[in-house]
Design a protein around this ligand. Structure first.
Ligand code: CTP
Length: 403
C-alpha cells in the first residue's frame, strides 16, 4: 500500500520561546511534534533561559538551541538565517508582550526576533502574559499589526495566571498549538486547499424519552481521524458529530448533533456549499415513532416500542458536483453488501470494514469499492493512516472531476 505521510512528518518547525513561566509548556509541544516526525529547531530569548534550560530542548529536539545572534555568525552550516529560511512554519510560544512588540516593529536584537524577520514561513503566535499587559492598547495594537501582516494568533485562554489573578492571558494548551500548526501547514501545502468537505462522525442517539435513547457501539474515532486528515490537507472542514466525548481537530468547524434527524438537517445544510461529503457516522436506521415528553414508567407488562425509518442521509443528499464517500459496516457478506451500497448510495468511494473489528479499535482493515474498479484490499493500519489514505483518494476524485 502506498504510504501517505502525515503533514507533520519531516516538516521543519522553528520554535521561538520567549521568557514567561508558560515556557515550560512548550516542552510538551516539542514532544508532540517530535513524536509526529517533525524536525524542531528552538531559538530562545535570554529571558526564556531563566525558565527552561536550552539543554531541555536540545535533548528533546536533538538539535542545538540558538540563543545568541553573534555566536551564530561563525556557524556556517546552520546559521541563524539558514534556520529561519528553511522552516516550514515559525511558532512563537509563549509570545510575551515584549516579543510581540519586537515582532510588530521589526526589531531584531535577539535570536528569536532575528529569526522571525528572516523567515518567509507562516508565523504562529501563542501569546501568554499578565491580563492587563494583554489588554493594554499597545499590545492589542501590536497584535493587530501582526494579524494584518498575516500572522496567525492563537489564544490566550482565560484562567488563573502566574500572578494568581483570574484573567485573560494563559497560554493555550500545547495540544491546541500542535493542532494549529497542522492546520497552517495544511493550508500551505495540503491537497485540498480551497475545498469544503463535510464529514460526519459518531453514533447517533435516537431518544425514547427525556433520559433514554437507542444508539450503537460506534466510537467516532474513524470520523475524527478523517476530520483531522482533512484539516491537514488544507480543506475547509465541517465536522457534523454525535461523538462529543472526543476532541475535535483544531480548525474544524464543529456542529454537534444527537439524532439521525438532527444529523440529516446539519449535513444537508453544510453540503449546500461543499465539494464532498464523507459519511463516517453510524446513523441509526430507526427512531422511536413517539418520543415521550416525560420519563416512561415501567409496568409489569413487556414493552413494545414502534420504530420508524430514519432518512438515509448519504443516499438522499444529492447535489450536482458533490462527491459522496460512504462506509459499509458489516458483520457478514462484506463484499456483496458493500458493492450494493456503493450503487444504492450513489457514492464515488465506499470503504467497507468488519464492524466487529473496527468499532472502538484504533486500527482498521478496509476494502475500497469504487465504480468500475475491482475492490482494493488494504492491510490492517491505524485509523489515522487509513484516514490519510481516504483523504488522498478524495483529492484524486476531486482532481479528476475538475480536469
Ligand atoms: N448512512 C446514512 N444514513 C443512514 C444510515 C446510513 O447516511 N440513515 C450512511 C452511513 O454513514 C454509511 C453508509 O450509509 O456511510 C452505510 O451505512 P451502514 O450502517 O453500513 O448501512 P445502512 O445503509 O444503514 O444499511 P444496513 O444497516 O442494512 O447495513
Amino acid at each position: 500500500m502506498q504510504v501517505i505521510p502525515s503533514i507533520l512528518k519531516d516538516s521543519r518547525v522553528l520554535l521561538g520561546v520567549s521568557g514567561g513561566i508558560a515556557a515550560y509548556k512548550t516542552i510538551e509541544l516539542v514532544r508532540l511534534l517530535r513524536k509526529a516526525g517533525s524536525r524542531v529547531d528552538v531559538v530562545m530569548t535570554r529571558a526564556a533561559e531563566a525558565f527552561v534550560t536550552p539543554l531541555t530542548f536540545e535533548t528533546l529536539t536533538r538539535q542545538p538551541v540558538r540563543t545568541d545572534v553573534i555566536e551564530q555568525w561563525t556557524d556556517a552550516e546552520s546559521g541563524h538565517v539558514t534556520l529561519a529560511e528553511q522552516a516550514d512554519i515559525m511558532v512563537v510560544a509563549p509570545a510575551t508582550a515584549n516579543t510581540i512588540a519586537k515582532l510588530a516593529h521589526g526589531l531584531s536584537d535577539d535570536m528569536l526576533s532575528v529569526s522571525a524577520l528572516a523567515s518567509p514561513a507562516p508565523l504562529l503566535l501563542a501569546p501568554a502574559m499578565d491580563h492587563h499587559m494583554f489588554l493594554h492598547p499597545a499590545t492589542q495594537a501590536n497584535l493587530a499589526t501582526l494579524r494584518d501582516r498575516g500572522a496567525h494568533i492563537i489564544g490566550p485562554d482565560d484562567g488563573e495566571l502566574a500572578s494568581g489573578i483570574i484573567g485573560h492571558g494563559r497560554l493555550v494548551p500545547p495540544e491546541t498549538i500542535f493542532g494549529a500548526i497542522r492546520q497552517i501547514l495544511g493550508q500551505h501545502k495540503g491537497r485540498l486547499i480551497g475545498k469544503h468537505v463535510v464529514i460526519s462522525a459518531g453514533a447517533t442517539r435516537e431518544p425514547l424519552d427525556p433520559i433514554r435513547f437507542i444508539s450503537n457501539r460506534s466510537s467516532g474515532l474513524m470520523g475524527y481521524a478523517i476530520a483531522q486528515a482533512l484539516v491537514d490537507a488544507g480543506a475547509d472542514t465541517t465536522l457534523v458529530t454525535s461523538a462529543q466525548h472526543l476532541d475535535p481537530p483544531v480548525g474544524a468547524n464543529v456542529i454537534d448533533v444527537a439524532s439521525a434527524a438532527d444529523m440529516y438537517a446539519a449535513v444537508s445544510d453544510a453540503t449546500s456549499s461543499a465539494d464532498a461529503l464523507i459519511m463516517a457516522a453510524a446513523v441509526g436506521d430507526y427512531a422511536a415513532k413517539d418520543v415521550g415528553a416525560e420519563k416512561m414508567k415501567k409496568s409489569d407488562d413487556d414493552l413494545t416500542i414502534e420504530l420508524a425509518r430514519t432518512v438515509d442521509i448519504l443516499a438522499t443528499i444529492d447535489r450536482p458536483g458533490l462527491i459522496k464517500v460512504g462506509f459499509a459496516a458489516e458483520t457478514t457478506n462484506l463484499v456483496e453488501y458493500a458493492s450494493k451500497k456503493l450503487v444504492s448510495k450513489g457514492a464515488s468511494l465506499l470503504i467497507a470494514n468488519d464492524a466487529r473489528q473496527a468499532m472502538g479499535s484504533d486500527d482498521n482493515q478496509a476494502i475500497f469499492f469504487k465504480p468500475d474498479a475491482e475492490p482494493e484490499n488494504l492491510p490492517m493500519v491505524t485509523k489515522h493512516e487509513l484516514a490519510r489514505r481516504i483523504v488522498d483518494e478524495l483529492a484524486n476524485l476531486i482532481d479528476r472531476q475538475s480536469s
